[in-house]
Write a protein that binds this ligand. Structure first.
Ligand code: ARG
Length: 584
């Protein structure tokens, strides 16, 4: 049973509408919304505005009838009717106090499990073999991990899948080129990804210019597809080297449980996918290529745009692979498949989803969603580049954040005349990586943003370090009180007599709403805003309300507010994939 104020008020307003206007009126959404101006209470119901037209009465009159029928005395002050037709609701301090007391003993902080748990596949990261991960893959990894964390907290059966780009005709030319430069048969040796990228570039150039080479490259593709052992082992070598280097990024980011199921996984299924599309009468052969036309998709000239599922030379492509993957995921019982991939691939996914529906592989109850995201830009709004003009390696970017965080931690300790923490390296990793993740997740997912180390590591503003330091300070208060390992007994009675206590309590009781909203719209920036507001209202509270120096029972009441604040920050940051530390 949902217990956030919003859920409770919604239910009450729904009941009041039925009792005042009858069961058969259509209730206009939304029933209740949070107010933006505290003078109007905490929530307002615009329902009378929506009913006015349907019922042909003045909104104000309907709002009054609604207010009269509304039973909220246990959780809110008497409803207030305001023109033109709103019912404003202000939460009762007594209810808030009791609720905060409950949250102090609730590890979920009031986040209810989903009512219909399902199997959720989150497809994220997806780097390409023989190429360095780029910042787009970084965003995908950070966002995807958080999406998976949120779904998991809500009780879904979550599968984190890394759809690595480990297959395709490019391997033919790469392996043909490896032959010539003496890499073949030396699968034991190591090579950096940068070296492989150079080989790749060279192979590309030869493929464009040299007919004989092109022939050999094509031959290698055929051999790879038919499972020729030697070609296969060269391919495996490339995959292993690439993934080993990517693993360094995942380790630094603290991304675990991401299962590699690359494009190659679906190779055995591609012929059948195309055959089934043909059997369903969906395939049109155009210039030798097998195509599925999808209504509503056109190219720049306005001509119908097909999804090509098999090229004229018989080869399959990225689109075919994604069709096979989606079909297989649905067959394995996914209720929802979420793709965290840059906005540039929107059309690809819309078409893949549409074709999968046309083919009946994606039943109505199964949801497929493309979570598009914008670009990460360097300072000045240009593409992210190193000084020498090369693209930035992700490990280097993360290392820089960690180095800067280290300097920041040391300087801060020196400024305050405190010793540098003994575990400064660990602190630097948690703060530096946390800063990078938070800078990303606190932006609207679809926007581009400029990467700024100074901004993301600032203690002023909506940043990870600000929240991590707030958390550590609260933990030190709890330690001093002997509350660090949990409540000292029964949840304490909470009182909210000061306005700062009340404000903090109002933020603490809505975490459940915020997390559910993020689970629905996949916009983690709302969660960041919530955590930032919690930390800010906590600061106001801490400035005005002595905690450890207060007499009992006030001291315990305020410690409970501290404990719930710390737990909220830990839970929320955890959902974003960001760690906290007891001491910084
Ligand atoms: N390898 C792709 C890229 O780098 C991303 C893969 C995304 N996932 C998928 N199922 N297509 O653009």
């Amino acid at each position: 049973m949902a217990r956030t104020p919003h859920d409770l008020l919604r239910a009450r307003v729904g009941a009041a509408v039925a009792s005042a206007f009858g069961d058969d009126v259509e209730v206009p959404e939304p029933l209740v919304v949070p107010t933006t101006d505290p003078r109007h209470g905490d929530y307002t119901s615009p329902v009378a505005m929506g009913l006015a037209r349907a019922l042909g009465r003045a909104p104000h009159e309907l709002a009054q009838r609604l207010a009269d029928a509304l039973e909220v005395s246990d959780l809110a002050e008497p409803p207030e009717v305001v023109r033109p037709g709103f019912v404003n609701l202000r939460l009762h301090p007594r209810w808030l106090a009791r609720r905060v007391g409950e949250l102090a003993g609730d590890g979920r902080l009031g986040v209810e499990p989903a009512t219909a748990p399902t199997r959720v596949v989150v497809d994220y990261s997806g780097p390409n073999v023989a190429k360095a991960m780029h910042v787009g893959h970084l965003r995908s990894t950070i966002i995807g991990d958080s999406v998976a964390n949120v779904a998991e907290l809500l009780g879904h059966d979550v599968e984190r899948v890394n759809h690595v780009g480990d297959w395709g005709t490019q391997f033919g030319m790469l392996i043909a080129h490896l032959d010539d430069v003496g890499y073949r048969g030396v699968e034991g040796r190591s090579a950096s990804l940068a070296e492989i990228e150079d080989l790749y570039r060279a192979a590309n150039a030869r493929f464009a210019a040299d007919d004989a080479f092109r022939q050999r490259a094509r031959q290698r593709v055929v051999e790879l597809q038919s499972g020729d052992p030697e070609t296969h082992s060269a391919w495996r070598w490339l995959v292993a080297l690439s993934m080993a280097e990517n693993q360094a990024v995942y380790d630094l980011l603290g991304v675990h449980d991401l299962v590699v199921r690359g494009e190659s996984t679906y190779q055995p299924m591609l012929a059948e996918v195309v055959a089934d599309l043909e059997a369903a009468g969906l395939v049109v052969v155009d210039d030798g290529a097998k195509c599925v036309f999808v209504e509503g998709f056109t190219n720049a000239e306005g001509e119908p745009l097909p999804l090509i599922v098999q090229k004229a030379d018989g080869g399959y492509n990225y689109d075919t692979t994604d069709l096979a993957a989606l079909r297989s995921r649905a067959e394995l019982g996914a209720g929802r498949v979420v793709y965290v991939v840059d906005a540039g691939q929107s059309q690809h996914f819309q078409m893949v989803f549409a074709v999968a529906r046309m083919a009946g592989w994606l039943p109505d109850g199964v949801e497929a969603t493309h979570l598009a995201f914008g670009l990460v830009l360097g300072e000045g709004g240009r593409r992210l580049r190193t000084r020498s003009g090369d693209s930035v390696r992700l490990v280097d970017l993360l290392d820089e954040a960690v180095q800067r965080a280290r300097r920041f931690v040391v300087e801060r300790a020196e400024e305050r005349g405190e010793p540098v923490p003994a575990d400064v390296d660990e602190v630097a990793r948690v703060v530096g990586v946390g800063a990078v993740k938070y800078a990303d997740l606190s932006q609207h997912r679809q926007s581009n943003y400029v990467l700024s180390f100074d901004r993301m590591l600032s203690l002023k503003g909506n940043t990870a370090p600000y929240l991590q330091y707030a958390y550590a300070r609260i933990r030190s208060i709890l330690r001093e009180a002997g509350w660090a390992d949990g409540l000292p007994g029964e949840p304490p009675a909470v009182t909210l007599d000061e306005p700062q206590e009340l404000e903090l309590a109002k933020r603490l009781v809505v975490t459940g709403d915020v997390v559910h909203r993020v689970a629905e719209d996949y916009l983690s920036n709302h969660l960041c805003t919530h955590l930032f507001e919690v930390a800010q209202t906590y600061h106001q509270f801490y400035e005005h309300c002595p905690v450890l120096r207060s007499p009992e029972p006030l001291r315990s009441s305020r410690l409970a507010l501290c404990a719930v604040t710390a737990a909220t920050l830990r839970l929320g940051l955890g959902l974003l994939g960001i760690e906290v530390l007891d001491r910084i």
